[in-house]
Design a binder for this molecule. Sequence first.
Ligand code: ATP
Ligand code: MG
Length: 253
Amino acid sequence: MDDIAVEVEGVDYTYSQSQKVHALRNVSFKVNTSEFVSFIGPSGCGKSTLLHLISGLLNPSKGVIHVNGKKSSSGLGRVAFMPQRDTLFPWRTVEKNAVLGAEILGIPRQEALQKASSLFDLFGLSGFEKAWPSELSGGMRQRLALLRTFIIPRDTILLDEPFGSLDALTRHEMQQWLQQIWDQDRRTIILVTHDVDEAILLSDTIYVLSERPGSIVQRVEINLERPRKKKVINSTEFTKIKSEIFQILSSGI
Ligand SMILES: Nc1ncnc2c1ncn2[C@@H]1O[C@H](COP(=O)(O)OP(=O)(O)OP(=O)(O)O)[C@@H](O)[C@H]1O
Ligand SMILES: [Mg+2]
């Protein structure tokens, strides 16, 4: 198996719709198979753009991206992607939304439904299987979008602020769940988050991005012992990494 899951080389991206926006500048990094990588950076610096590029939904203006050795621009569906804005279909019930991504990839609906139903409880959605998305709270919608992403059988998962609209307690539960799942199946995860604690708690490697056009200003390796419990947040090592990241972010590079 290839050891590199995702390779981004010299990538620039400029949007050119109503106006030109230079979103990313000269971004290069490699993600190893089974690595947990996070991206953190100021709002509007191009984090979501980067995930869209890796997923193949956008093509780089310059540079190249490989996913499992294949150019990302050569086809969709190589990764499981949870976009920042949930994309639930209002005309499909909760359970039918849950299996949508898997179905698109040709997984039989029954098989996908079975997989989904084993996770509803954990995701705090049981009892709502037949409900409509409009009957869910913001946090429930987000958990459904996350569940949908996880049942997509792909080795690489892209998550764009998956816990953004959850309350602190649920967020913590979901972080623990994510750690556990990752520990079990070791899929490659690329996470975008605004939450420095979350990035340190979950990641092997954190990339800190500059203001737009986003470029990598620092790569931080996290060697804290796993599994990481909530209390690790108070450890000296954690605090040191956190202040290093805050310093970079607040210098407004
Ligand atoms: N579809 C689009 N068309 C034109 N410009 C866009 C589009 N999507 C994003 N942009 C612009 O590209 C820049 C980067 O946007 P992006 O969504 O990648 O930022 P982000 O880092 O994810 O921000 P946030 O943390 O707020 O989610 C922004 O200035 C945004 O206005
Ligand atoms: Mg974003």
